[in-house]
Design a binder for this molecule. Structure first.
Ligand SMILES: Cc1cc2nc3c(=O)[nH]c(=O)nc-3n(C[C@H](O)[C@H](O)[C@H](O)COP(=O)(O)O)c2cc1C
Length: 148
């Protein structure tokens, strides 16, 4: 079972979160975790993923260009029924996580929970939430609840 963790990050904050999400997911046996920057990822490869976890910082109240274009390209791939989740760092308003979550939901993914947001550099508490997010998604896969 494959889980993708794909992120955009300009100053490393969301990257740290992505690493923690991947770490959490890897704790669950039977789940293969692929961690990629958005520029290295290809939407076609998502077709054989069971879960897709996306992370991006908020820029000008939006999802920045790299991730927003990736979300747009994802519309060409059948992803209905897969499990999704979102995370990201922010400075003051932090819209990106909610926007990613809505985009995933619109594309038919199941997105339980609100995702994880961290203000600026994630502290230990925020990183722990990221690990829990990754582990939670991966556990749902192995428990076979992804299609509920
Ligand atoms: C050009 C620019 C625009 C930003 N706009 C917002 C914003 O609208 N809302 C917000 O909460 N943070 C905003 N931020 C702050 C970033 O989201 C924050 O610094 C975040 O930690 C960056 O994460 P990264 O290191 O993963 O790129 C902005 C930062 C930059 C450089």
């Amino acid at each position: 079972m494959k889980t993708y963790v794909i992120y955009e990050s300009h100053t490393g904050n969301t990257r740290r979160m992505a690493q923690a999400v991947a770490e959490g997911a890897r704790e669950v046996e039977g789940v293969q975790v692929i961690l990629k920057r958005v520029g290295e990822a290809n939407v076609e490869e998502l077709a054989d993923a069971e879960a897709i976890i996306l992370g991006a910082p908020t820029r000008n109240t939006k999802v920045p260009a790299g991730m927003s274009q990736f979300l747009k390209r994802m519309e060409e791939v059948p992803l209905r029924g897969k499990l999704g989740a979102a995370f990201g760092s922010y400075g003051w308003s932090g819209e990106a996580v909610g926007l990613i979550r809505s985009a995933l939901t619109r594309q038919g993914l199941r997105v339980p929970g609100a995702g994880v947001r961290a203000k600026r550099t994630p502290d230990q508490g925020a990183l722990e939430k990221c690990r829990t997010l990754g582990a939670g998604v991966a556990s749902r896969l192995v428990e076979g609840t992804a299609q509920e």
